[in-house]
Design a protein around this ligand. Structure first.
Ligand SMILES: NC(=O)c1ccc[n+]([C@@H]2O[C@H](COP(=O)([O-])OP(=O)(O)OC[C@H]3O[C@@H](n4cnc5c(N)ncnc54)[C@H](O)[C@@H]3O)[C@@H](O)[C@H]2O)c1
Length: 368
């Protein structure tokens, strides 16, 4: 009996040692690596030292650091998981990949397309995985829409409308989120990665060829639009360096188009509403997600024998996006198939957002 137990123990593959940088959204990463039987949460880093100690205790972490570099320099770490302000994604990921580690990174991949390209190149040059936390694509409604598009139910999807609209959702004037250097932008780079990723995932990965966009920072600069729990005082303009609204038209390589609108704040009725409308020749669909709703969010519209129909297939999402994407990332690391997970699709999302900012700045359409 004891012999067979020993045999099982010695046959067990050693667990992958993961380190998480960042103590905000990073806690979702910590939970996932802590729970997964194939990983050990070995180290965490962050600037808030009391919180760092409390999280180390909660997740039984061996090692803590105030700065990311110490974790990247640790040869016993296999995985670096990044949940820091956007501008740090690039230096941490490139250093980690060059040190031979696999990288899981929060969205956006980077603050510019050039940085994102360097990250993907580093993943490929070192034969390591680079994946991004696109947790919204794990929603059941997005998955159902992807299947409907792939099955041909919609026919040719010639135009899509996507939006994420907040009435008062600026994440905090004194935080890194409204600093141009640290965030790389405002509403578009914060909320855009999720809706852009989900749309291109549903559409089967067409490529964007041209972008025309406008951005405004009117409400933030005037002191309106703070998120409820932010430390930003209503009416105090403070230093608001980024946009609170972005509107764009994207032209795709298959001849179709996308109209996009993202607001952190606007004097309008929408209040934390996410919407995807896919207009196909044979039918159309809408996913409407008011205030992060998880139930019955998908509608199908069509015309059968001259009679219009609207159907609402039953769909319910779990809201466990981070757990699902990190479990999948770990499976990819364990599989040894690194080449097909080097961050190419995340680079496409960052290139689109980069082009939106370039177009808004130039005041004209730009090509990718
Ligand atoms: N996928 C999602 O749904 C989702 C949701 C929220 C945020 N995010 C992303 O997560 C990232 C972090 O956002 P957040 O809301 O957690 O921000 P946050 O401000 O709450 O946390 C940032 C963390 O980074 C740490 N940090 C900063 N500099 C560091 C350094 N040099 N070394 C080590 N740690 C350092 C800070 O100490 C802090 O703990 C952003 O890129 C954001 O876009 C993603």
């Amino acid at each position: 009996m004891s012999n067979s137990k020993e045999l099982i123990l010695t046959a067990e593959a050693p667990k992958l040692r993961a380190a998480v940088v960042g103590l905000g959204m990073g806690t979702a990463h910590m939970k996932a690596f802590y729970q997964n039987p194939q990983t050990v949460l070995a180290a965490i880093a962050g600037k808030e030292l009391e919180r760092l100690a409390a999280l180390a205790k909660e997740f039984k972490v061996e090692k803590t650091a105030a700065d990311w570099q110490e974790l990247v320099d640790d040869p016993t770490i296999d995985i670096i998981s990044i949940a820091t302000p956007n501008a740090l994604h690039h230096p941490i990921a490139v250093a980690a990949l060059n040190a031979g580690k696999h990288v899981f990174c929060e969205k956006p991949l980077a603050i510019t397309a050039e940085q994102a390209e360097e990250m993907v190149e580093a993943a490929k040059a070192n034969n390591r995985i680079l994946e991004v936390a696109f947790n919204y694509r794990r929603r059941a409604d997005i998955g159902m829409a992807r299947e409907l598009v792939a099955s041909g139910k919609l026919g040719r999807v010639y135009h899509s409308r996507i939006s994420w609209k907040r009435r008062a959702g600026i994440p905090g004037l004194t935080s890194w989120f409204t600093s141009a250097n640290l965030a790389g932008g405002g509403a578009a780079i914060d909320l855009g990665p999720h809706i852009i990723d989900s749309l291109f995932y549903m559409l089967g990965e067409p490529r964007v060829v041209a972008v025309s966009a406008v951005t405004y920072g009117e409400l933030g600069r005037a002191g309106y639009g703070a998120m409820d729990n932010s430390n930003y005082t209503q009416g105090s303009a403070g230093e608001f360096q980024v946009e609170d609204l972005c509107s764009a038209l994207l032209r795709l390589d298959n001849g179709s188009s996308v109209a996009l609108e993202i607001t952190w704040a606007s004097h309008a009725v929408d209040n934390e509403d996410i919407s995807f409308e896919l207009l196909g020749v044979d039918s159309g669909l809408r996913i409407f997600i008011p205030r992060y709703a998880t139930e019955n969010t998908l509608s199908l519209f069509g015309d059968e024998n001259g009679k219009q129909y609207t159907r609402k297939p039953k769909v319910s999402s779990t809201g466990e996006g981070h757990l699902a994407v990190i479990n999948e990332f770990i499976e990819h690391v364990v599989s040894g198939d690194f080449a097909s997970h080097a961050g190419d699709y995340a680079l496409h999302r960052t290139a689109i957002i980069d082009a939106m900012y370039r177009s808004a700045k130039a005041g004209k359409e730009v090509t990718l």
